[in-house]
Design a protein around this ligand. Structure first.
Ligand code: FAD
Ligand code: MLT
Ligand code: ZN
Length: 497
């Protein structure tokens, strides 16, 4: 149903032809064009398999039909592509590392895919201020490696760091594992270079910390999911690398323990607290089952039904370790809260503990097809929301039956009030989707929550925006979209129907 509606939007646009490809070949090298269009005079005509990686999303849930993928190397070339597509009314899908989880980075029909991966240079880095200016197509992890020798880290970190682009992170306003400490990209991004749908280049690549010169236009593109323009460059403030980092995983008797521990963590670890992550037993079991994380001592965790990972980052190793040790001793002494706890003793163990949390998305994908609901709800309701979803699936007789739902898991960023509710099924099916939607959106709305805490709206939730935004807000969003893109060529079908 959703895909059909989005197809209708995209079909009001023009399909690219071999003449359009010939136009692009006038300024792009042959290696920057991947096409299977008949009549395109290329030495190597792409097969549909070559195009599949650009048409299929990370979850294998959405599949476009694009026959033209462009991988420009410069902002000027992005501008020429957009100008041509604007004149010809051809739909364009900006694409980064294609790790998005809401179907936003792949076409719904046969739009041109504008993949940013060939724009991957660091433009400048100031080792005094920590301000980094980079092409949008730089991979997040590569940027981390570039700035590490100067003593800096990226303010955003997520499980997809090895593939996602900084441009994609900005376009989705990705939250991730460090938001609790460093805040959102709305705060750390200092400037952007953007190509508008008609090809106009907006150079706002400021490296200034303070700039109150009227409307802060860059904020509109942060989280716009490629519906207002193509981000080609990002200026971002990177924080100094903490001198000491540590983590612990606690296995809890029940979800009830999470809140008192979170409260204690905030007061006791205060300024050194850098992450507070949650995962339930089902999520933990999947990571262990798929050998993506090392299990904790089985006899000690027993029937623990909830886990938290707490990370500290600070400036004084001895002081930070002592603080964490005291904290651990205190919470462990309360047997009503904690079954067991593990404090990382070395870098390798630090990574191992993180894997238990960070590898959940991968474990879920290995287990089956995931319906991902990334929601903001009161922390107190995290377990209840998972439970109610399971009950809903049971009542529809879709839980643990052949071809149905295998597992319902909950994990997320407690510190940000962000629950990841994942329903893992043997296959994507209208029956399961029908049981989950609008059920989950209504549940979220009943808590005045958000149907998208950090992954965005994309194609998946464009029809459901009204559960989290008033009709006046949606009308204003549509006016903004029209102002930038009156021809509707930018990422059609995404965010707004
Ligand atoms: P893509 O997937 O390519 O695109 C995503 C959206 O941005 C699309 O709408 C696309 O059109 C648009 N876009 C991409 N590049 C540009 C550009 N240059 N200009 C304009 N628009 C553009 N998200 C979180 O918030 N927190 C997490 O902790 C997190 N963890 C993840 C872990 C895993 C294992 C995976 C697979 C995903 C995770 N995500 C997470 C989802 C997240 O949205 C992305 O990983 C990331 O931010 C998207 O970057 P990308 O380069 O892959 O963008
Ligand atoms: C995470 O926090 O692990 C990510 O947002 C990815 C996901 O929700 O699966
Ligand atoms: Zn997340």
């Amino acid at each position: 149903r959703l895909v059909f509606r989005a197809y209708a939007t995209a079909s009001r646009l023009t399909s690219p032809t071999s003449q359009d490809v010939a136009h692009f070949a006038g300024f792009l090298p042959e290696s920057s064009i991947i096409t299977s269009l008949e009549g395109s005079k290329f030495s190597k005509k792409a097969e549909s398999a070559d195009l599949e990686q650009y048409n299929a999303d990370w979850m294998g849930k959405y599949m476009g039909k694009s026959r033209v993928v462009l991988r420009p190397k410069t902002t000027e070339d992005v501008s020429k592509i957009m100008k041509h597509c604007w004149e010809r009314r051809i739909g364009v899908v900006p694409q980064g590392g294609n790790t998005g989880l809401v179907g936003g980075g792949v076409p719904v029909n046969d739009e041109v895919v504008l993949n940013l991966s060939a724009m991957n240079s660091v433009r400048s880095f100031d080792p005094v201020s920590g301000i980094l200016v980079a092409d949008a197509g730089c991979v997040l992890e590569v940027l981390s490696q570039e700035i590490a020798p100067h003593g800096y880290i990226m303010p955003v970190d997520l499980g997809a760091k090895g593939s996602c682009h900084i441009g994609g992170n900005v376009a989705t306003n990705a939250g991730g594992l460090r938001l609790l400490r460093y805040g959102s990209l709305h705060g750390t991004v200092l400037g952007l270079e953007v190509v508008l749908p008609d090809g106009t280049i907006i150079d706002q690549l400021s490296t200034l910390r303070k700039d109150n010169t009227g409307y802060d236009l860059k904020q509109l593109f942060i989280g716009a999911e490629g519906t207002l323009g193509v981000i080609t460059g990002v200026s971002i403030l990177t924080p100094p690398m903490p001198q000491s980092t540590n983590n612990i995983v606690l296995a809890l008797n029940s979800f009830e323990s999470v809140l008192p521990i979170f409260k204690k963590t905030r007061t006791q670890l205060s300024e050194i607290l850098s992450a507070f992550e949650y995962f339930d037993r089902n999520a933990y079991n999947l990571v262990v089952k798929h050998k993506l994380g090392k299990s904790l001592a089985e006899d000690e965790i027993g029937d623990a039904s909830a886990f938290v990972l707490i990370e500290t980052s600070g400036g004084n190793k001895e002081h930070d370790e002592a603080k964490l040790q005291d904290f651990l001793e205190e919470v462990m002494s309360d047997e009503s809260l904690v079954k067991t706890g593990v404090l990382a003793q070395a870098t390798e163990q630090f990574q191992q503990l993180w894997s238990l949390r960070e590898c959940i998305p991968e474990a879920v994908s290995k287990e089956g097809k995931a319906y991902k609901y990334d929601i903001s709800v009161p922390i107190t309701t995290f377990e209840e929301v998972v439970h109610k979803t399971r009950e809903q699936l049971k009542s529809k007789n879709l839980y643990k039956i052949p071809g149905g739902v295998k597992e319902v898991v909950g994990y997320g960023h407690i510190g940000d009030g962000n629950l990841h509710l994942n329903v893992v099924a043997e296959k994507y099916s209208p029956e399961v989707e029908g049981a989950l939607e609008p059920f989950i959106y209504e549940l979220v709305a009943s808590h005045r929550g958000s149907i998208s805490a950090e992954h965005g709206i994309g194609l998946m939730k464009a029809h459901a925006l009204q559960y989290s935004k008033s009709k006046e807000s949606i009308a204003l969003m549509k006016r903004i979209k029209h102002l930038f893109d009156e021809r509707g060529i930018m990422n059609p079908g995404k965010v707004l129907e």
